[in-house]
Design a protein around this ligand. Structure first.
Ligand SMILES: [Zn+2]
Length: 282
């Protein structure tokens, strides 16, 4: 091998080492405002919330979308999740919870009061325990913080007959703006929400459409109470369920909400500056 080739090989190796070192040193940058990103995870659900240096994740996407979830964390330099919320124990929401608990530092795990013997879910809870992660069963009225944003659990209905209706429902407030996340709650869950939560708390600027944009969620009464300016719909391209349902889209038009969909637009990014919420469309 000529000296010239050896020198070139050395230069390539050095460049590779520098590149790996740079990647390994990446750190999540503090976020100004509250960033809410509804990730494109096909026919499943995963939302990232960041304020300052704090990171929350609501649901983890389905197992087949593991690359999308891990990639999103990597791209943002996220190595720690302060709080992971599993709205309810369905695979399209908890599919990657176990791997996240194993590979990332997770501060707190918040789960629905709905109990199930489902194997995937049992393994998630066992992994949390093994990793020493604090696990809390959600209860209405509890409050948390994401940096300067406040989170209130509005409902986690332990008497719900169906897991969807036992979804952990959260309101995240930042300055004068508020975001509402209802998981996969359907008509029964939304009816319970409307019956138990004060009108001023239901009034939010942003709504993540319930149950992937199903007609059985985001009922007219809820939309009238929330009066959202922005609605995000997480659903898969050409999904088997026909989400988002046309009737829902018409209801959103009727209340004057602007909606965006992960199936046609990819990851949806919203940023609140405390005064209003901006949809960041790259
Ligand atoms: Zn779902």
């Amino acid at each position: 091998m000529s000296k010239h080739i050896i020198w070139r090989l050395c230069a390539v190796m050095l460049a590779l080492c520098c590149a790996l070192c740079f990647v390994g040193c990446r750190k999540s940058e503090a976020v100004t405002g509250l960033a809410v990103e509804v990730l494109d995870v096909g026919q499943s659900d995963c939302t990232l919330l960041r304020q300052g240096n704090a990171v929350w994740m609501i649901d983890t996407g389905t197992t087949t979308e593991r690359g999308a979830v891990i990639g999103a964390l990597y791209d943002r330099g996220i190595e720690r999740i302060d709080c992971l919320v599993l709205t309810h124990p369905h695979e399209d929401h908890i599919g990657n919870a176990r791997i996240l608990l194993e590979k990332y530092e997770v501060g707190t795990l918040i789960v629905s009061p709905y109990s199930t013997d489902d194997l995937t879910y049992r393994l998630v809870l066992e992994t949390a325990e093994k990793q020493g992660v604090t696990c809390r069963v959600a209860s209405a009225g509890e409050t948390y913080t994401i940096g300067d944003a406040t989170v209130e659990i509005l409902l986690a209905d332990e008497s719900a007959a169906e897991p969807n209706d036992a979804s952990v429902i959260l309101r995240v407030a930042y300055g004068k703006t508020a975001f509402l996340f209802t998981g996969d709650a359907e008509l029964d869950g939304e009816t319970a929400l409307l019956a138990t939560v004060a009108a001023e708390k239901l009034d939010c600027d942003f709504l993540k459409a319930g149950h992937h944009g199903s007609d059985t969620s985001s009922c007219e009464a809820l939309l009238q109470a929330v009066t959202p300016t922005h609605v995000a719909i997480s659903c898969g391209k050409n999904n088997d369920y026909g989400f988002p349902h046309q009737a829902l889209l018409e209801r959103l038009d009727a209340v004057g909400a602007t909606y965006h969909r992960t199936d046609t637009e990819g990851t949806l990014c919203y940023v609140s500056d405390g005064e209003e919420i901006h949809f960041i469309n790259d």
